[in-house]
Design a protein around this ligand. Structure first.
Ligand code: HEC
Length: 99
């Protein structure tokens, strides 16, 4: 009985591992969704979306946005990839900055 229960929870664990892997692949095909998710996970520690919409926001070009995302991302301590930065830049640009 006990061994059987252990076996089925192991099976469940490996199944859920598989499905998160599949999700990550989906994300890569849709940078907007990926950017939104990464942003949600790492970027609300110090500020909310209000910094992107405030009157005196200082980001005035796509290039500046990309630089600022990189600067901020270094403060998160999160392990990021180049494509995560690109996805977040795309997400913020489409939702707020519209360059
Ligand atoms: C360690 C704290 C911290 C974290 C974490 C952080 N930021 Fe920031 N961010 C700041 C500060 C401070 C400013 C400047 C606010 C100001 O000047 O009033 C800022 C400003 C910005 C701006 C410029 C807003 C403008 O004025 O146009 C962007 C874009 C931005 N952050 C994106 C991000 C993104 C994307 C992430 C996640 C990777 C992130 N931030 C995570 C601290 C942080």
């Amino acid at each position: 009985m006990k061994a059987h229960a252990l076996l089925s929870s192991l099976l469940l664990l490996s199944l859920s591992g598989l499905s998160t892997g599949a999700l990550a692949d989906e994300d890569k095909k849709d940078p907007m969704a990926h950017g939104e998710k990464v942003h949600q996970t790492h970027c609300y520690k110090c500020h909310t979306d209000q910094v992107y919409t405030r009157e005196n926001r200082f980001v005035r070009s796509l290039d500046a946005l990309s630089k600022q995302v990189k600067r901020c991302k270094e403060n998160t301590g999160a392990p990021w990839f180049e494509e995560d930065t690109d996805a977040v830049v795309q997400f913020l640009n489409k939702k707020y900055y519209k360059f």
